[in-house]
Design a protein around this ligand. Structure first.
Ligand SMILES: [Zn+2]
Ligand SMILES: [Zn+2]
Length: 258
């Protein structure tokens, strides 16, 4: 199976930090042999975040439709979002759930007013405390909200390069994810930032399987054309070794990659 044909976590200039336009991303995707791409632009309601009120939804859907018409024979393009802090913005999330998205991915990016990667957090808390706070927020998110996929589950690792092995808490979250029919993402962006493991780490995926989880999406978290499907070969080996089921989302439904 060739997993380099899809990428389910991609940002374009519809996100405040995306470098390339959607059409450039599609051209590159076709050039490297991809068949499916899911754009997952940032949706943030934290007023201090640069992404606050950034996504122009109508224009976004129009562009995806236009590019599906243009590239449809070679590339299937899906409309997703990466919705930040779902536990804080449940009403806004409901609105997004009622729109025509293929994929709603939930992410925790903030602990209070601090982005998870801010050095400031380390002045206030130990590394264990940062992970503990992060996972408590993630638990709230997977317990109470209607999301399809959890993005970069052990996200603080990308900045702290640390394995937080609080099995009790991780297991509680994984069980909730499985119970609520949510899918885990394997996100490769940590690998290009010098961390030796994808997000989440293998031991978390093994526990996911242990509790009945199987389905995963693959995301490079690309913010430019050069990052599409980065390090997916390594993730492919992991998926094969663990016997996970890779797929993508179409109209809110998981489609297994054959
Ligand atoms: Zn994210
Ligand atoms: Zn992202």
């Amino acid at each position: 199976m060739n997993l380099n044909i899809m990428d389910s976590h991609v940002h374009t200039t519809f996100s405040h930090d995306g470098e390339n336009e959607m059409e450039e991303m599609c051209n590159k995707a076709i050039n490297i042999g991809m068949e499916y791409i899911t754009f997952t632009e940032h949706v943030d309601f934290i007023p201090i975040d640069d992404a606050y009120d950034y996504l122009k939804i109508d224009e976004y859907f129009n562009n995806i439709q236009r590019l599906n018409n243009k590239f449809g024979d070679n590339l299937e393009i899906f409309a997703g979002v990466e919705f930040s802090e779902p536990h804080l913005y449940t009403e806004q999330l409901k609105k997004y759930n009622n729109l025509d998205f293929d994929l709603i991915m939930g992410s925790i990016h903030y602990i209070g007013d601090n982005f998870v990667g801010n050095d400031g957090l380390l002045n206030e808390y130990s590394i264990d405390e940062i992970f503990l706070k992060y996972y408590n927020l993630l638990f709230k998110t997977v317990k109470n909200n209607n999301i399809d996929v959890v993005a970069h589950m052990d996200f603080p690792k990308r900045y702290l390069n640390y394995e937080y092995k609080n099995y009790k808490l991780i297991d509680k979250i994984l069980k909730e994810i499985i119970k609520n029919d949510i899918v885990l993402e394997i996100n490769s962006s940590s690998l290009r930032k010098g961390i030796s493991t994808p997000m989440p780490s293998q031991w978390i995926l093994e526990r996911y399987i242990q509790y009945g989880g199987k389905r995963v999406t693959l995301g490079s978290d690309s913010h430019s054309i050069n990052e599409l499907t980065n390090d997916f070969d390594m993730i492919y080996q992991l998926i094969e070794k663990l016997n996970l089921v890779p797929g993508y989302f179409k109209k809110g439904k998981f489609i297994k990659l054959e």
